[in-house]
Design a protein around this ligand. Structure first.
Ligand code: HEM
Length: 420
């Protein structure tokens, strides 16, 4: 209400802002005060040189090789989910997809970002599930804080409540102490960050991470990785329940590929599933969890050939949801059609109109992890169960108006039957 925002819609300009002319738009415009609020020093919120250095340090943590190393941990978190859904199916109850997938994702991210076995299925009030839920609770207070952040940048932070922050600080400190005190190691992000430190110490470089910096990144991984992946799987199951032919084709692909790998859902098997990729890409098109991204202009920038200058400090927004549902780029945009992402059709998608993970140097660093996590969850569920819409659910479900991450207003209930 105090200054203009610029919403850019032209793909060429979006490309220039996010990628080609990135040095003019390096910031997400978040308030950072590492002294008073260590969590604000996370990769998403940092900008300038601090962001660049942190991104360089963390990038090797997210390579395909590292994600492959963590794969078995992700798969293990799927076992209690399958048992839980089996019980639901046996009792003939509807499954609350959002809740089941939130528990699975809490277990995966808790285990990989904090090195903790969360047991969300055994104990839905386990601390990580409880505080994870609080992190994304859509309260009026949170909505107001976000609104305030839009008009006063000084208030723009992740907006994590004090008790939630304290829980993460305490948990993380204990974990690091435990790791540093003994020979205990795990294939997770905590270990990868500790390895960065060990390497820095050994080479005498200043590239190590302080405890506060590691904590900030772990909370960020939890915040950025939990809700995004869990809503992606929820949206996908919603569409598959309404599109039985697509669901069946995907199940057949999962079974056929697993047969090639001795009946196991290995990392290589998942990577080989092409239709799974198409279904997930289409889910992220129709329902991009981060529906809007922004950059703050950090140096005056003239838009080529227009004589128009974007002034320093101006916030520039890109509506990912707007692009993904634009009939000019995706004809009949409300239709869920994985064929848009077939090998032949994919190359016809205009560049910078499909951006579920953003683009350019600030593209989502957890992309590979988020995708693998969602694929594992979906494969385990579809291999074992058939989903149909519960009688109380409509196809066109309402989207939550106050949620930062795209989500349905209501819980998604699905009928579930064991695959015979
Ligand atoms: C389906 C899952 C996910 C989606 C759709 C998603 C989407 C996004 C988007 C749109 C951005 C902003 C990019 C931009 O500004 O251009 C972003 C940034 C980010 N994401 Fe993700 N994300 C997902 C999963 C994850 C996971 C699993 C993690 C961590 C383990 C993660 C960590 C981050 C971080 C740290 C950033 C900030 C990167 C930077 O500013 O350098 N995300 N994500």
């Amino acid at each position: 209400m105090s200054k203009p925002l610029l919403l850019i819609v032209e793909p060429e300009l979006i490309k220039n802002v996010l990628s080609r002319d990135f040095p003019y738009f390096t910031s997400h415009g978040m308030h950072v005060d590492e002294e008073k609020d260590p969590i604000s020093g996370n990769l998403f919120s940092l900008d300038g040189e601090k962001w660049k250095n942190m991104r360089i340090k963390l990038t090797p943590t997210f390579t395909s090789g590292k994600i492959k190393m963590m794969y078995n941990g992700i798969l293990t978190c799927g076992e209690p989910m399958v048992d839980h859904v089996k019980n639901i199916a046996t009792q003939g109850q509807p499954m609350n997809a959002k809740e089941v997938l939130a528990c699975f994702t809490t277990d995966v991210i808790g285990s990989s970002a904090f090195g903790i076995d969360c047991n969300s299925f055994k104990d839905p009030d386990a601390d990580f599930r409880k505080y994870g839920r609080k992190l994304f609770e859509i309260t009026w207070k949170a909505a107001f804080a976000r609104f305030l952040g839009i008009i006063i940048p000084r208030f723009r932070r992740l907006g994590i409540e004090q008790d939630v922050q304290q829980f993460f600080v305490d948990s993380f400190t204990k974990i690091v102490e435990l790791r540093e005190s003994g020979n205990f190691k795990r294939n997770d992000f905590v270990q990868l960050m500790l390895d960065i430190n060990q390497k820095a110490e050994a080479t005498g470089s200043k590239d190590g991470l302080k405890l506060g910096q590691m904590l900030a990144q772990s909370v960020m991984f939890f915040g950025a990785g939990f809700e995004t992946s869990s809503t992606t799987m929820t949206f996908c199951l919603h569409e598959l329940a309404h599109n039985i032919a697509i669901q069946q084709r995907l199940r057949e692909e999962i079974n056929a590929t697993m047969q090639k790998y001795d009946g196991k859902l290995t990392y290589d098997a998942i990577i080989e599933m092409k239709y799974l990729n198409m279904v997930l890409d289409e889910t992220l098109r129709k329902y991009p969890p981060a529906s809007m991204i922004s950059r703050v202009c950090t140096k005056d920038y003239e838009i080529e050939g227009t004589g128009v200058t974007i002034e320093t400090g101006t916030e520039v927004f890109v509506s990912i949801l707007g692009l993904h549902r634009d009939p000019e780029y995706f004809p009949d945009p409300e239709k869920f059609d994985p064929e848009r992402f077939s090998h032949e059709n994919k190359s016809n998608i205009r560049s910078f109109t499909y951006l579920p993970f953003g683009e350019g140097p600030r593209i989502c660093i957890g992309l590979r992890f988020g995708v693998i996590q969602a694929k594992v969850g979906l494969c385990l569920l579809l291999k074992n169960f058939i989903f149909t819409p519960h009688e109380s659910m409509k196809y066109n479900m309402e989207i939550h108006k106050n949620s930062q991450i795209l989500s349905f207003q209501e819980d998604l209930l699905l009928n579930v039957k064991k695959v015979s």
